[in-house]
Design a protein around this ligand. Structure first.
Ligand code: AMP
Ligand code: GLY
Length: 426
């Protein structure tokens, strides 16, 4: 089987690493990939959003299955275009990808499907949004979200009404998020612990993966600005198998059903970002792809053949695969970032110590923002590496991952030191 993975981050490196282990896979490519991905498969120098060139490549190389990592090409309609060209691809159609591409669509779908989520209103007019906030009880807290894709930055969690007014102004009047913020969702702020549950879906059959917990805040103790994710671990003690069953029954099944009803069958990875509230799990957001860095931690534990699963999902045949097999041992991923991330940072710093880190047992250094420069590997993005380890206990996994982290250095490199400590609170 010839497989093409699309994307260039840590998630895509984990996908490539796992797919490469499949005896079914004979050829493995990644477009555009990164320095680390290039060591595990063949990088193809085509950007993830250049759909016509990707189709040309997949046709010429007779790719049997394309796996899309990031949301950008999915929301653009890469799946529809590949299918029109007669190519098999894992991911949702453009119409199904709206679950991530439009917060308004996602919230309205949840409302129709009776899925637990925060109450919300949609606005395009700033004055109306402001008066809605004024009319609510004084203690109510809000989250203001740009409707469209905003690279994870379009969500403002507000502590008071001044913050909320400011966010409304920035989105609707100052157009800080461009077209993505011309329409906003104002939703009630939920309290609780966050976790991610991902599932492979083929339009009908839903196969949940083991749960993971991301660390979205930049600094230790969940402080500092929001990031793409500074680390993850799996499984998480807060998501028991009962909760997984509950999420499948109350959230995933109704949404997949509703999407079918609307003529937007969902195929691909459905990612539910959850808040575990006093009233049970509620959906914060849906993503229509695998999470980053959840994928790095979760795939390290998957024993089943990923190529076989994704191939079946793309063909609507997930009901024909064996139940997923998992390594019961916990895993954890520590993201190493560039100095200044999630703000401005410098690129092009040589990364040292990767060979030494590779010697730490049961550990894999997934590359995210890296590229080759001569015979060196240099940082080329905010999140640079996802150092991922598995261990008998979560503490063992943590020890290993940080042992590998210690080997690696470049100017400005930093990471959170407390990945997975949340697990010990339970
Ligand atoms: P989203 O992209 O919608 O998941 O939002 C990004 C982050 O904002 C989430 O991971 C949460 O930490 C936070 N968030 C989003 N919606 C809410 C909400 N209704 N209540 C509290 N926090 C939220
Ligand atoms: N880890 C968060 C995301 O992938 O969106």
């Amino acid at each position: 089987m010839k497989i093409l993975v699309i994307g260039s981050g840590g998630r895509e490196h984990a996908l490539v690493w796992k797919l490469k282990q499949s005896p079914l896979v004979t050829h493995l490519y990644c477009a555009p990939g990164n320095a680390g991905i290039g060591l595990d498969c063949i990088n193809v120098d085509i950007p993830a959003t250049d759909i016509p060139r990707l189709i040309k490549f997949a046709t010429k190389e007779q790719i049997d299955l394309t796996v899309v990592g990031p949301e950008g090409p999915l929301v653009m309609g890469i799946v529809d275009d590949f299918q029109k060209a007669g190519l098999r691809i894992f991911g949702p159609s453009k119409k199904a990808a709206e679950l991530e591409g439009s917060k308004k669509f996602a919230k309205e779908t949840m409302r129709k499907a009776n899925v637990p989520t925060a109450d919300f209103r949609v606005f395009t007019n700033a004055a109306e949004a402001m008066s809605y906030i004024e009319e609510r009880e004084p203690g109510d807290r809000f989250v203001i979200k740009a409707d469209g894709l905003a690279a994870g930055k379009g969500v403002v969690v507000c502590s008071n009404n001044d913050d909320a007014r400011d966010a409304i102004k920035r989105m609707l009047l100052q157009r800080e998020f461009g077209d993505a913020g011309l329409r906003i969702v104002v939703e009630d702020r939920l309290e609780g612990e966050e976790a991610s549950l991902l599932a492979f879906v083929d339009g009908n059959t839903i196969v949940p993966l083991e749960a993971a917990q991301d660390h979205k805040a930049a600094f230790d103790g969940d402080t500092g600005p929001n990031t793409g994710g500074m680390g993850a671990y799996s499984p998480t003690p807060i998501i028991t198998s009962d909760i997984i069953d509950n999420v499948v029954e109350k959230i995933l099944v109704p949404v997949v059903h509703e999407m079918n009803k609307e003529g937007r069958p969902f195929r691909g990875c459905l990612y539910a970002g959850l808040m575990l509230t006093n009233q049970g799990p509620k959906v914060l957001e849906f993503n229509v792809r695998l999470g980053d860095p959840e994928t790095q931690a979760v795939l390290m534990r998957l024993k089943s053949d990923l190529a076989q699963i994704l191939y079946a999902a793309a063909d609507g045949k997930l009901d024909q695969i064996e139940p997923l097999e998992w390594d019961p041992r916990p895993s954890l991923c520590v993201v190493m970032a560039s100095g200044g991330y999630p703000g401005e940072y410098e690129k092009g710093m040589p990364i040292r110590g990767l060979e030494e880190a590779a010697l730490v047992p049961e550990t894999k250094v997934f590359h995210a923002g890296t590229r080759r420069s001569g015979d060196q590997i240099v940082n080329d993005g905010g999140r640079v590496l996802g150092v991922t380890a598995i261990g008998e206990t979560i503490s063992d996994a943590k020890l290993r991952a940080y042992q590998a982290v210690k080997c690696i250095r470049w100017d400005g490199a930093w990471c959170r030191k407390d990945i997975s400590d949340k697990a010990n609170r339970y």
